[in-house]
Design a protein around this ligand. Structure first.
Ligand code: DAH
Length: 339
């Protein structure tokens, strides 16, 4: 498939710096960059056509959206009527009005990335289910093989309400519901907001997004797990890399693994993104523990499966070169405009 990443990066840059007329000329005119890519569809191999088409259509919608916004903006400027329900600056006849993004809002970078994950996983045959933001002891701990008093509960202990509910520390809190929701094969991805009881720094936050995956069927193996996660990461990061599976510990998997990739930015030479180690640890994963399958009435002698959980914030930072996790929730208009 022709490499669209450069064009995607350029469109995102130009959306911020070019005006409507310039955008239209560069992308949608007869000689426009997108017009050319549309004409190029016929040369793309059949099995890649649909992926390619989706990606250029997405770019076209972004450009169209900006052109439409610009029309609306001109209309607002020209209108002398006052709308008392609109944000105050819509009624102000001044050139110093805020950027159109402030008037109409835009999708937050984390949601843009979650949408991209959903697209990739859907194309791989997964369902998408959203995670709960408040849960109970059974789903957060018991059903995941953390009996009462288990020391590993401390790793995931967060905030409790007075009536005994917990703000989940991980999207694994949904596993039991997903496993009970239908008979295998089960292939589900669960993005959601989770909470951690920890001090914040450039790499840690008390509130973040995770994305869980659960796959159960007959004869599922560790090799299937590795291939699935690798396929997803290659599609998302749009690059090739080596992988490394390291031992870890989670009560709900056996074996438990940490999935690391060779740094796609420096090719193992060492850079600031990988902390000069050449490797980036991306997620916990493993084969679902038989007790977890049993707690959802799935017979572990008949079925097996794997699961993973990765930090959406972390992948977003890696992909977009964002050095500080706290930027993602600081609400700075400057940051939000940049992404
Ligand atoms: N829930 C783990 C965490 O937040 C990540 C994880 C590890 C999820 C292994 C899984 C798994 O589904 O199988 O650290």
């Amino acid at each position: 498939m022709p490499n669209l990443s450069k064009l995607e990066t350029q469109v995102h840059k130009d959306l911020k710096s070019l005006n409507a007329q310039e955008l239209k000329k560069r992308y949608l005119s007869k000689e426009g960059l997108l017009t050319k890519e549309f004409a190029n569809i016929k040369n793309v191999p059949t099995n890649q056509k649909s992926k390619f088409g989706k990606r250029i259509n997405k770019l076209k919608s972004l450009v169209d959206e900006k052109l439409n916004n610009s029309k609306t903006e001109t209309k607002i400027k020209k209108s002398s009527r006052i709308d008392p329900t609109a944000p105050f600056d819509c009624n102000t006849q001044t050139d110093k009005r805020p950027h159109i993004l402030d008037l109409q809002g835009s999708s937050h970078i984390l949601m843009q990335e979650v949408n991209r994950f959903n697209e990739i996983f859907t194309s791989m045959g997964f369902d998408i289910v959203e995670c709960r933001q408040v849960d109970d002891d059974y789903h957060m701990f018991e059903s995941l093989n953390f009996p009462k008093g288990h020391p590993a509960r401390d790793m995931f202990d967060t905030f409790w309400t007075e009536d005994g509910f917990v703000l989940p520390a991980h999207t694994s809190t949904m596993q039991n519901r997903i496993l009970k929701s239908k008979n295998p094969p089960i292939r589900t991805v669960i993005p959601g907001r989770v909470y951690r009881n920890e001090a914040t720094d450039a790499g840690h936050e008390h509130t973040l997004y995770q994305c869980e995956g659960v796959y159960v069927d007959k004869n599922v193996s560790v090799a299937n797990m590795i291939a699935t996660i690798k396929e997803f990461l290659e599609a998302y990061l749009e690059s090739k890399f080596d992988i490394k599976i390291q031992p870890a510990y989670f009560p709900f998997t056996e074996p438990d693994c940490e999935f690391a990739i060779s740094c796609p930015f420096c090719n193992k030479k060492g850079c600031s993104t990988c902390g000069y180690t050449g490797w980036i640890e991306l997620m916990g994963c493993g084969m679902i523990h038989p007790n977890v399958l049993k707690s959802a009435n799935i017979d572990p002698d008949k079925y097996s499966g794997f699961a993973w959980g990765f930090g959406v914030d972390r992948l977003t930072m890696i992909k977009n070169n964002i050095p500080e996790i706290r930027h993602l929730r600081a609400g700075s208009i400057k940051f939000l405009r940049d992404y």
